[in-house]
Design a protein around this ligand. Structure first.
Ligand SMILES: [Zn+2]
Length: 99
């Protein structure tokens, strides 16, 4: 995702250049140039933040999902809830573990 950060830098440079160019001309154009410069910097930055956020969130969500509280049925080898007394895949009854 380094490309997106380059987009942010390029957007900032282009925005700054536009500000310099427009600041030499008349006042209404200056305001428009400033708005474009802000948009050029903010939009790629927001996009980058959004993409990075989605990526990190996906990584965070993936891990604990699989490491759930399950045990393996000796009869059909399916994963069932650790507290289950009976396998809901094949009907195997787990011996009750004491203590
Ligand atoms: Zn089973």
């Amino acid at each position: 995702m380094k490309v997106l950060w380059w987009l942010v830098i390029v957007g900032a440079v282009v925005g700054a250049l536009m500000l310099i160019v427009t600041s030499t001309s008349s006042a209404p154009q200056e305001a428009a140039g400033a708005a474009i410069a802000v948009a050029l910097v903010v939009i790629p930055y927001c996009l980058t933040r959004a993409v990075e956020g989605i990526r990190s969130e996906r990584v965070r969500n993936e891990k604990p999902f699989r490491v759930f509280n399950t045990k393996k049925c000796p009869e059909c080898a399916e994963s069932v809830q650790y507290e289950a007394l009976r396998c809901h895949f094949c009907g195997f009854r787990f011996p009750e573990s004491k203590g």
